[in-house]
Write a protein that binds this ligand. Structure first.
Ligand SMILES: C[S@@+](CC[C@H](N)C(=O)[O-])C[C@H]1O[C@@H](n2cnc3c(N)ncnc32)[C@H](O)[C@@H]1O
Length: 463
C-alpha cells in the first residue's frame, strides 16, 4: 500500500462510532466514570478489565470482522515478555481482520529487493544517503521501493543509498526505517584528517554563505565496524567546525536543540570508512532528525521501572509534545510501568491496562489506576486525552483494536509501539497505517526510533 493510497483511504465512511458516555455518568453496573477533574484517578487495581457503560451495545454496532473482545483472559503473562514473541493467545481478540492486498506495482518492486542487498557499488554525487539501525537496511530498501521508483540499494551496515528521495512535497522527510538522510553533493577520499576537513570546508562554505545561521552534523553509521571510527569522526567535526567558523565569522552555528524552532541549512558529513566521507546539506526542517545520524539517545533517571520509558521519552521528543498535568492517559500493555511512570512524572492521570503486575512503587501513586486485564476487553468510561499502547501482541490485531478507539472518539491522541518480529516490516507498517487511517486517525507518523528494536513507534490524532 503506497503512502499516497494510505492518505486517500483516511475516510471512515460506513463506520459507526457511538459517543462515549458523558463525564461523570454512572455506568450500567453502577460504576462511576473516570474523573476528568483534578481529583485524579485512584491507584487501586481492578481485577479484570471493566467495560465502560454502554460498551456492550456499541460493540454490537461495530463491524464484526474487527476483533471485538468477547472472552475474558485465562492466564496473565509475566511482564517483560520478549518483544518478538506473540504472547499467550488467550489475551487476544477472537478473530483477525482480513488483510488488504498490496498494489501490483508495489509487489513487483518488492520482489527485486533481495538483489539490491549486495553492496559494493561506490557512492555517487546526486544519490541520497540514508542511515538506519544496523540490521534494518533491508527494511529501508523495501520502504523506499514501496514509496516509488527511487532505486535504493544496500551500501554498508547501517547505510542505504537511493537515486532519489520520496516526494514529500518539500515537507519534512517521512520515512519509518531511515534515521537520517541527505542528498550527496561530495564524496571525498583523504588519508589525512586535516586534509579531509579542508576539502569538506571548501565544499560547504559556498553553500552556507547565503543564510545567517547553519548547523553541522558529522557522524559515522551506527554499525559495529563504523562505530570504531567515532573518535575520528569527532576530531573531524572539531576541525571542520573551526574551519567553518574562521571562514564564516558572521554566521551563527546552531545547536541541535535549537533546530526545532528554526530552519537553517544543515550540513552533514558521514564518515563511512576511515578515509572516506560523503557530504551534503538540506534545510533542517526537511531532515528526518535533528540529531547527528538520527541517533537520539535519551537518558533516564534510574527510578524508571523499565527501560521502555526511554522509547516514550524519545517519542515525545520526536512528536514535540507530551501530556500535561491532569491530562487523562490510558496505557495499554503498561507493565511493569516505565511508560506509566513517565506519564506520572508529567503529572498526568493514568489508567494502566495489563494482565501482568505493575512495579510495586507505582501502586502507591494516587494518580494511577491499574486495570489488571486484557486491553482487548477494555473500554474507557469517558473519552481520554491520550492513548498509549506498548502491548506485546500481533501488530495488526493491536491496530484494529486501536482503530476502534478512534471510531468511538475515545481518545484525541495516540502513541503506540508495535512489535515487528517479522520480515517485510515496511509492508506491515503500511498495513498498520492503513488500518489506523480507516479507523479515523489522522496525522499518522511512524518511525523506528533510536531506542526501538524490532519495533516501530506510531503517533496519530483523531480528526
Ligand atoms: C513491552 S511490555 C510493556 C512495557 C511497558 N510499556 C513499560 O514501560 O514498562 C509489553 C506488555 O504487554 C502486555 N500485554 C500482552 N498482551 C496484552 C493484552 N492483551 N492486554 C494488555 N496488555 C498485554 C504484557 O503483559 C507486557 O506487560
Amino acid at each position: 500500500m503506497s503512502r499516497q493510497a494510505n492518505k486517500g483511504r483516511q475516510g471512515n465512511k460506513g463506520q459507526r462510532g457511538g459517543k462515549p458516555p458523558a463525564r461523570g455518568q454512572v455506568g450500567r453496573a453502577g460504576q462511576r466514570s473516570e474523573p476528568r477533574n483534578k481529583r485524579g484517578a485512584d491507584s487501586r487495581t481492578t481485577q479484570g478489565a471493566r467495560r465502560g457503560p454502554g460498551t456492550d451495545t456499541r460493540a454490537t454496532r461495530e463491524p464484526r470482522r474487527g476483533a471485538e473482545p468477547t472472552r475474558p483472559r485465562r492466564h496473565a503473562p509475566a511482564h517483560g515478555q520478549p518483544h518478538n514473541q506473540a504472547p499467550n493467545q488467550s489475551h487476544g481478540p477472537t478473530s483477525a481482520q482480513p488483510e488488504t492486498p498490496l498494489p501490483k506495482d508495489v509487489v513487483a518492486r518488492l520482489a527485486g529487493a533481495a538483489a539490491l542487498m549486495q553492496g559494493g557499488a561506490p557512492l555517487r554525487v546526486g544519490q541520497w544517503l540514508w542511515t538506519t539501525r544496523e540490521g534494518s537496511e533491508r527494511d529501508v530498501v523495501e520502504e523506499l521501493l514501496m514509496r516509488g521508483d527511487l532505486r535504493p540499494r544496500f551500501v554498508a551496515p547501517a547505510l542505504v543509498a537511493s537515486e532519489r528521495a520520496p516526494d514529500d512535497g518539500g515537507e519534512r522527510l517521512d520515512l519509518t526505517f531511515a534515521r537520517q538522510g541527505f542528498p550527496i553533493s561530495a564524496v571525498i577520499h583523504e588519508t589525512e584528517l586535516a586534509a579531509l576537513a579542508d576539502r569538506l570546508a571548501e565544499h560547504f562554505i559556498p553553500q552556507l554563505t547565503a543564510a545567517p545561521q547553519y548547523a553541522l552534523h558529522v557522524f559515522v553509521p551506527d554499525s559495529t565496524p563504523a562505530n570504531l571510527l567515532a573518535a575520528r569522526a569527532q576530531s573531524l567535526a572539531d576541525l571542520l567546525a573551526q574551519r567553518l567558523e574562521r571562514a564564516l565569522p558572521d554566521k551563527q552555528r546552531m545547536l541541535d536543540s535549537e533546530l526545532r524552532r528554526v530552519s537553517v541549512p544543515l550540513a552533514q558529513v558521514c564518515l563511512y570508512a576511515r578515509d572516506d566521507a560523503a557530504a551534503g546539506s538540506l534545510p533542517s526542517d526537511r531532515a528526518l532528525s535533528n540529531a547527528p545520524g538520527g541517533r537520539t539517545r535519551m537518558r533516564l533517571d534510574g527510578a524508571a521501572p523499565s527501560r521502555a520509558a526511554r522509547k516514550l521519552e524519545e517519542a515525545f521528543a520526536w512528536l514535540g509534545v507530551s501530556p500535561g498535568p491532569g491530562e487523562l492517559c490510558v496505557d495499554l500493555g503498561a507493565a511493569p510501568g516505565g511508560w506509566s511512570w513517565l506519564l506520572l512524572e508529567r503529572r498526568a492521570r493514568v489508567i494502566a491496562v495489563d494482565p501482568a503486575r505493575m512495579d510495586p512503587k507505582l501502586a502507591v501513586q494516587r494518580r494511577l489506576r491499574h486495570v489488571q486485564g486484557s486491553a482487548f476487553d477494555y473500554a474507557p468510561e469517558e473519552p481520554v486525552d491520550w492513548l498509549f499502547c506498548d502491548m506485546a501482541w500481533r501488530p495488526l490485531e493491536v491496530a484494529q483494536m486501536l482503530a476502534r478507539w478512534s471510531r468511538r472518539r475515545f481518545t484525541r491522541l495516540l502513541v503506540a509501539n508495535f512489535k515487528l518480529p517479522m520480515k517485510r516490516k515496511a509492508e506491515m507498517v503500511e498495513r498498520l497505517r492503513t488500518t489506523l487511517a480507516q479507523g479515523g486517525f489522522t496525522a499518522i507518523r511512524t518511525r523506528q526510533l533510536y531506542h526501538d528494536r524490532d519495533e516501530i513507534t506510531l503517533t496519530a490524532r483523531v480528526r
